[in-house]
Design a protein around this ligand. Structure first.
Ligand code: COD
Ligand code: ZN
Length: 397
């Protein structure tokens, strides 16, 4: 049985075309169809990937309703939805878990076939959209679209969480935190006593540092060209700090020397550059080292590889959403936060109202520019507080 069906008119930030600020507009959000869920978004973060769409670095159809790192409350459900009910606190999942595809059935893979990451089409499962603005259809983003007061997602792309969870914090579990933390505890499966190196100390890299620490690594080498990032990395568990620009030799040689000529057990590239991906690979032990790629390189970039780097036994892995199976893992990560086992607060640098979302992007870009001048300004997260005017259950049959 579905809940009451009506179109909702609400506020949303629309990207009409690349390289332009988002436009706050009234949108119409259609009711959820069968196996879909309509969510009142309460808090959302701005992730670098949203910015990649605006800058044109990531190709998607336009107009599009961006945002994918959020938390909210179920407003209504379509027929056949069984895992959530109106009033439930939920997290939307940019990496869905349908439970049926080969990735979902495998104990190794995690990138569900229902993802819209690899070649974004911006449509919901039946090939249409639930958003209309100024009479035009607007595309969905990464099966979520959270820069709006209401969104519609497939049931595979949403999960119920603890009713007591503070949504303006746990929204980070929806992308950045889980991506970085899971790269260490799930994709790499860092072991107690091991030595790790984390390249890049943005919000995602700091989450990787937290993951290495939680997994019991005895040494965590933090690598960044911005030395102002080291204080927070230290607070979260990093033990050694390397600014590659302090050395004449390549950073991989520095790390190999620091580890008695052996290389680290686990290295993580959390920047998204091909050169640092190669440096991270070469930094890990030649036969038993594992290197994990967390950052996404610019579209169409290529890597030329000395095959000996892998022939000797190194393992090179990629990690999307930290390798988590999202539906089963996100509620557990929320429980970890509620139990004070993970620190999301350290990742939040700004909180602002939804209407100022373009200022959030300005801060993100300003931080990026300043970072390139080696001045620390921001981590990337800006949870945005929406007006708390939710009318839960009003529309239930
Ligand atoms: N050597 C060392 N450090 C460097 C270098 C370098 N050559 N260049 C930059 N850095 C440092 C910067 O000083 C900065 O501190 C850090 O690297 C990067 O931090 P941010 O804040 O720019 O980045 P994050 O942490 O917000 O995100 C980084 C990612 C690479 C993870 C992100 O951009 C990305 O690619 N995300 C996609 C991953 C994914 O799963 N996407 C799906 C949905 S998001
Ligand atoms: Zn993201």
């Amino acid at each position: 049985m579905s809940t009451y069906i009506r179109v909702i008119k609400c506020k949303a930030a629309i990207a009409w075309e690349p390289k332009k600020p988002l436009s706050i507009e009234e949108v119409e959000v259609a009711p959820p169809k069968a196996h879909e869920v309509r969510i009142k978004i309460v808090a959302t973060g701005i992730c670098r990937t949203d910015e990649h769409v605006i800058s044109g670095a990531m190709t998607t159809p336009f107009p599009i309703l961006l945002g994918h790192e959020a938390a909210g409350v179920v407003e209504s459900i379509g027929a056949g939805v069984t895992s959530v009910r109106p009033g439930d606190k939920v997290i939307p999942l940019f990496a869905p878990q349908c439970g049926e595809c080969r990735s979902c059935r495998s104990s190794k893979g995690s990138l569900c076939i229902k993802n819209d990451l690899a070649a974004p089409c911006g449509l919901i499962t039946d090939g249409t959209t639930r958003f209309t603005c100024r009479g035009k259809p607007v595309h969905h983003f990464l099966t979520t679209s959270t820069f709006t007061e209401y969104t519609v997602v497939d049931e595979s792309a949403v999960v119920k969480i603890d009713a007591a969870a503070p949504l303006e914090k746990v929204c980070l579990i929806s992308c950045g935190f889980s991506t970085g933390y899971g790269a260490a505890v799930r994709t790499a499966q860092v072991e107690p006593g091991s030595t790790c190196a984390v390249f890049g100390l943005g919000g995602v890299g700091l989450s990787t540092v937290m993951g290495c620490k939680a997994a019991g690594a005895s040494r965590i080498i933090a690598v960044d060209i911005n030395k102002d990032k080291f204080a927070k990395a230290k607070m979260l568990g990093a033990t050694d700090f390397v600014n590659p620009q302090d050395y004449k030799k390549p950073v991989q040689e520095v790390l190999v020397e620091m580890t008695g000529g052996e290389g680290v057990d686990y290295s993580f590239e959390v920047i998204g550059h091909t050169e640092t991906m190669m440096a991270a690979l070469a930094s890990c032990h030649m036969s038993c080292g594992t290197s994990v790629m967390v950052g996404v390189p610019p579209s169409a970039s290529q890597i030329t590889l000395d095959p000996m780097l892998l022939f000797t036994g190194r393992t090179w892995k990629g990690s999307v959403f930290g390798g988590w199976k999202s539906k089963e893992s996100v509620p557990k990560l929320v429980a970890d936060y509620m139990g004070n086992n993970i620190n999301l607060d350290a990742l939040i640098t700004h909180t602002m109202p939804f209407d100022r979302i373009n200022e959030g992007f300005d801060l993100l870009n300003q931080g990026k520019r300043l970072n390139s001048l080696f001045i620390n300004l921001v981590c990337k997260y800006f949870p945005l507080n929406y007006p708390p005017n939710i009318e839960i259950g009003t529309y239930m049959q």
